[in-house]
Design a binder for this molecule. Structure first.
Ligand code: AMP
Ligand code: MG
Length: 338
C-alpha cells in the first residue's frame, strides 16, 4: 500500500473523512500526539488499527468525538464527567466511562468501560466533524516505539501500512492525554498528562493517582490500565534518569558518560554548559517543554545509534508527572536521585 503524507487542508481533510467512512485507517494530528484513527463502531476498521500498529489486542483504544453529544448511546456520562468536560474539553483529558453494547469489544479490548476524549486541535476537530463518526485512535506509532509528535515520525512507522497521513505540524503538548477513570466514586488518574490530578480535583473535589504511574508493576499485580503492562516509549538505547540539582546531576552524569563507550546526554537547556564538549541533547527548561520535546529526542538519539542515554528529569509531581512517567518508562524505571 502507498502511504500519502499531505498537508491538512480542505481537500485532503475531505479525502481523509471519506477514507474513514469507508472503514479505512488515517493518521491525523492532535494537540497531544498524532493519532491513528478509524471508525470506533466498525469492528473490521478497528482491527485494521491494531494490525497497522502491531498492537496487542488486550490494549484498548481511546474513542475521539467532535462534541459530547456524539457520546449519546455509547457510554454513561456521569455528573462528574460532565463537569470535567465543561472544564477541560476540548483538551488532553481522556475519561473512562461505562460503555454500552454499541461499542464493539475490540475497541475496548473486552473491557466494560470505554475511554473517550475530545481533542483540542483544529485538524482533528475538523476531521471528526466532517466524518461524523466516533473515531478510535491510539498513538500513530508502531507498538513499543515512542509516540509520534510530527507527521514525519508517523511516516517512519506507518509507511506501507495506511493510505493517508494528514500533516498538521508538530504537536503542542507532545505526550499522550491524561487518562482518568471515572467509573468509581473518586476519579483516578491511570496515565498522567497535561491535565493534572490537581486540575481534576479542583473541579470535582478529589482525585487520586494510580500508584503504578511511577513504578514498575509487581509480579502478578493487576494493571489498573492495560497500557501499563506493556513496555512503552522504549528507545533502543539503555537509559538512566537523574533527578536533583543541576550541578549534582551533571557530576553524576559526566562520571558515567566518561566511563561509557557510546553515551549521550539529555538535559535541561540551562544546564547544557555544565557538560563541556560532550554529546548533549536539549530537553528544554520546564516540564512542559520536556514533554513537548521528549519523544522527538528519543527518536533522534535512536537514529544516531546511541547505546546509553543519561537524562536529567524533574521531581515526579504536579505538571512534571506526565513527562516523568514517560521518561521513567523509557528508562525501564532506572531512576537515580542525586
Ligand atoms: P494510546 O491510545 O496509545 O494513547 O493508549 C490508550 C491507553 O488508554 C491504553 O494503553 C490504556 O492504558 C488506556 N485505556 C483505554 N481504554 C481503557 C479502558 N477501557 N480501561 C482502562 N484503560 C484504558
Ligand atoms: Mg500509544
Amino acid at each position: 500500500m502507498d502511504t500519502l503524507c499531505v498537508p491538512a487542508q480542505a481537500q485532503t481533510l475531505a479525502q481523509a473523512s471519506e477514507l474513514l467512512r469507508q472503514g479505512q485507517v488515517v493518521a491525523f494530528p492532535t494537540e497531544t500526539v498524532y493519532g491513528l484513527g478509524a471508525n470506533a463502531l466498525d469492528e473490521a476498521a478497528v482491527r485494521a488499527i491494531f494490525a497497522a500498529k502491531e498492537r496487542p489486542a488486550d490494549n484498548p483504544l481511546i474513542v475521539h468525538v467532535a462534541e459530547r453529544s456524539q457520546l449519546k448511546g455509547l457510554c454513561e456520562v456521569t455528573e462528574a464527567a460532565e463537569k470535567l468536560m465543561d472544564a477541560f474539553w476540548p483538551g488532553p483529558l481522556t475519561m473512562l466511562l461505562k460503555k454500552t453494547e454499541k461499542i464493539p469489544a475490540v475497541t475496548t479490548a473486552g473491557l466494560p468501560s470505554v475511554a473517550v476524549r475530545c481533542p483540542n486541535h483544529p485538524v482533528a476537530l475538523a476531521l471528526l466533524k466532517a466524518c461524523g463518526l466516533p473515531i478510535a485512535a491510539p498513538s500513530a506509532n508502531r507498538s513499543g516505539r515512542p509516540s509520534p509528535t510530527t507527521a514525519r515520525h508517523v511516516y517512519e512507522d506507518m509507511t506501507g501500512r495506511i493510505p493517508l497521513i494528514l500533516d498538521g505540524g508538530p504537536c503542542r503538548v507532545g505526550v499522550e492525554s491524561t487518562v482518568a477513570d471515572l467509573t468509581g466514586p473518586v476519579p483516578c488518574v491511570l496515565r498522567p498528562g497535561a491535565v493534572t490530578a490537581e486540575d481534576i480535583a479542583a473541579i470535582v473535589g478529589d482525585c487520586t493517582v494510580a500508584e503504578s504511574v511511577m513504578r514498575p508493576l509487581k509480579e502478578g499485580e493487576a494493571a489498573p490500565s492495560p497500557g501499563m503492562r506493556h513496555r512503552h516509549y522504549a528507545p533502543k538505547a539503555k537509559m538512566t534518569v537523574y533527578i536533583g540539582g543541576d550541578r549534582a546531576v551533571a557530576r553524576a552524569i559526566c562520571t558515567r558518560y566518561d566511563e561509557a563507550e557510546n553515551a549521550v546526554i539529555l538535559t535541561h537547556t540551562s544546564a547544557m554548559p555544565l557538560y563541556g564538549d560532550r554529546r548533549v541533547f536539549d530537553l528544554g527548561d520546564t516540564p512542559e517543554e520536556g514533554a513537548h520535546l521528549l519523544f522527538q529526542r528519543l527518536r533522534e538519539m535512536d537514529e544516531k545509534g546511541c547505546e546509553l542515554i543519561l537524562a536529567q528529569g524533574w521531581k515526579a509531581e504536579g505538571k512534571a508527572l506526565a513527562v516523568m512517567n514517560r521518561m521513567a518508562r523509557a528508562a525501564a524505571f532506572d531512576l537515580v536521585q542525586v
